[in-house]
Write a protein that binds this ligand. Structure first.
Ligand code: PMP
Length: 397
């Protein structure tokens, strides 16, 4: 069977991590892998998570299977968090949640669901998180890309994005990032979100909102503006939700597919299709992370603790954005990197071509992902000047 099987190259981002680890230079800077890191470079377990985990373990009496939609309490807890407890979308029963193995599991399940229900195409803004492409095409969907970001202006190219979306009809799906766009850090404004909602209403296409950084842009309410707006304005919306970053549960593989249907009955019907697809694949998600999230969100003390920790992480990344932009100013780059201070989430695209990215890495030990994506968590007071010097040297060479 496998005599002729070819060895695949390593994942480019993981390959970059390996190069970084093997680099002996003390001034090296890792702006690669997309996880939150604190000042010491660690990705710690959140205190609220550790406390909830202890409670979950103390109360656990069995390892018997959980329901196919996930750990008991997880779905309602995520729906309350996303929509707010007194949301009409929730009281009408129009929203349903299925726990999935991370945001990746949610995307793959969404893709399979859409494919099984006759979606003709799924459209993505360019650039997007690279894993969107294999995840959604593996589900059998035909993918199209439309422009999203203007690399010269370092901003969303909303006219081009709208022109692409204007071609979509009732059998089409538009993937939008809920907040903290990966890799650009450039989000749609509320006015632009309203415009896309009006287009979806008029044209009938279905939005799929991928949300992997809830709480990292402004705050927990502001960051779900798109989800709430689309759900109020449109009959149907899908949301893929990751708890990897905002709960720090990466390896526990915790996420959700959220279905907003036209009626409570249709939400239930769509959920039944999704759980049936899950059953045919991984059967049910790992329970542990879902139980932790349910415990945090059902315990007011842990909820408050988690919200504080999340707000602190988000503020640290915003502070790093300001630090980078200011240091660039101080080093005579004027406003060339000022846009970074205005963007949201962990990532931005540094204006760099592939050769300049290589110079940053080889000559200066500054590790930037192909395409120019930087993780702002890797920036701090003690390395920012080296980073800006490297950027100047690479771009002015
Ligand atoms: N969507 C986006 C845009 C992401 O950046 C990520 C994680 N990097 C995910 C989805 C999936 O997250 P996970 O499977 O780790 O929960």
């Amino acid at each position: 069977m496998f005599q002729d099987t070819k060895l695949l190259p390593p994942d480019p981002i993981l390959g970059l991590s390996k190069l970084y680890q093997d680099d002996a230079r003390s001034e090296k800077i890792d702006l690669g892998v997309g996880v939150y890191r604190d000042l010491s470079g660690a990705t710690p377990v959140m205190k609220a998570v550790a406390r909830a985990e202890a409670n979950v373990m103390a109360a656990q009496k069995t390892k018997a299977y959980t329901p196919v939609d996930g750990a008991p309490g997880f779905g309602p807890a995520i729906l309350n968090l996303v929509f707010g407890e007194d949301s009409p979308v929730l009281s009408s029963g129009r929203a349903a949640a299925v726990q999935t193995p991370g945001g990746c599991g949610a995307l793959r399940l969404a893709g399979e669901l859409l494919n099984s229900q006759g979606a003709e195409s799924l459209t993505l803004g360019e650039p997007t998180w690279p894993n969107h492409i294999p995840l959604l095409s593996a589900a059998g969907l035909k993918l199209n890309s439309i422009p999203y970001y203007d690399r010269d202006a370092n901003a969303v190219d909303f006219d081009a994005f709208k022109a692409g979306a204007a071609k979509l009809g009732p059998k089409d799906v538009l993937l939008v990032h809920g907040c903290c766009h990966n890799p650009t850090g450039a989000d749609l404004s509320t006015a632009q979100i309203d415009e896309i909602a009006a287009m979806a209403n008029a044209q009938g296409f279905l939005p799929l909102i991928d949300t992997a950084y809830h709480g990292f842009a402004k705050d927990l309410d502001a960051d779900v503006y798109m989800i709430r707006k689309f759900s109020a304005a449109l009959p149907e919306v899908l949301v893929t939700y990751s708890c990897s970053k905002n709960f720090g549960l990466y390896r526990e593989r915790t996420g959700a597919l959220i279905i907003i249907g036209e009626t409570a009955d249709s939400a239930l019907a769509v959920k039944s299709q999704a759980t049936s697809l899950a059953r045919r694949n991984y059967s049910m998600p790992p329970a542990h992370g879902g139980a932790i999230v349910a415990e945090i969100l059902s315990n007011p003390e842990l909820t408050a603790m988690w919200k504080d920790e999340l707000a602190e992480m988000a503020e640290r990344v915003r502070g790093n954005r300001r630090l980078l932009a200011k240091t660039a100013q101080d080093f005579g780059l004027h406003n060339r990197l000022s846009f970074i201070a205005e963007q949201a989430g962990m990532f931005s695209l540094m204006p760099l071509n592939e050769d300049q990215i290589r110079i940053m890495r080889e000559d200066h030990g500054v590790y930037v992902v192909g395409g120019g994506r930087i993780n702002l968590c890797g920036v701090n007071e003690s390395n920012v000047e080296h980073l800006i010097r490297a950027y100047k040297a690479a771009t002015e060479a």
